[in-house]
Design a protein around this ligand. Structure first.
Ligand SMILES: C[S@@+](CC[C@H](N)C(=O)[O-])C[C@H]1O[C@@H](n2cnc3c(N)ncnc32)[C@H](O)[C@@H]1O
Length: 233
């Protein structure tokens, strides 16, 4: 896959760092055309009923935004075979790593989008999603770049719209001021409840947490992971 094949950008930052080879290239070429959502499905008009995407009924629908190499999403699929999943990741090498990972397991319950997650989020019907994961989102440090952050007022409006009542918004970060940003934005939004019971809850890794490679790598230089669990009020 050559860099020139990359479509017009909807996201900031790099989308590929090295050419795909071997099993990752094979998985990318064979699985992406089967599992990727089509342009017609991504109209960004809240019309996409996720039940139309899967051949079998499912219990819950979970959507992971910015899944990186997808190890968290693949593990969710292993643990929760009765659920269906959506994943968005614009980074080509990450998408290929994920597809390679799921190639030999049942994967009829996943659909992916290799671009800006908001294209998919904006397309989904109201109250159609049980939970959203946004793990270690890019912090976009500079103030003028804050509008690129994936959790902000406008995106929260959309997340609130697509989540079912009581639906989950689960975020994590090892950047302390991004944790503060997320808590502030979500609190100001007013449509979510923070499920932390006491001050320290958000510093403690939940029991069933699936640790991503980024979390292990990032944790070295990072001072503290924050686990931010919210529910649609
Ligand atoms: C720091 S990495 C974390 C990856 C993974 N969630 C983890 O914890 O290992 C942030 C990821 O978000 C993706 N990303 C950034 N902007 C995005 C967007 N608008 N839509 C979907 N993914 C996005 C990046 O490509 C990158 O893979």
């Amino acid at each position: 896959m050559a860099k020139s094949d990359i479509k017009e950008k909807r996201v900031y930052g790099r989308r590929q760092n090295r050419p795909l080879k071997g099993e990752r290239l094979d998985a990318y070429q064979t699985l992406l055309p089967r599992l990727a959502l089509s342009k017609e499905q991504l109209k960004e008009d809240a019309s996409l009923d996720p039940r139309t995407l899967f051949s079998s009924p499912f219990k819950e629908l979970w959507f992971e935004i910015g899944f990186g190499s997808g190890e968290h999403l693949a593990e969710l699929m292993r643990r929760q075979p009765d659920n269906a999943f959506l994943g968005a990741e614009p980074f080509i090498n990450g998408m290929a790593a994920f597809l390679r990972d799921i190639a030999e397991m049942p994967h009829d319950n996943i659909r992916v989008h290799m671009d800006d997650a908001m294209m998919l989020a904006n397309s989904l019907a109201d109250e159609s999603v049980d939970g959203l994961y946004i793990l270690n989102a890019d912090p976009w440090h500079k103030k003028r770049h804050h509008k690129r952050r994936i959790i902000r007022r406008e995106t929260l409006d959309c997340f609130h719209r697509i989540l079912k009542p009581g639906g989950h918004l689960i975020a994590s970060t090892d950047v302390p001021y991004l944790a503060e940003w997320i808590i502030t934005e979500v609190t100001l939004h007013g449509g979510f409840e923070w499920t932390a019971n006491k001050a320290d809850d958000w510093r403690v890794r939940p029991d069933d947490w699936i640790t991503t490679a980024y979390e292990v790598k990032g944790a070295k230089g990072a001072t503290q992971m924050s686990y931010l669990l919210f529910q649609k009020a």
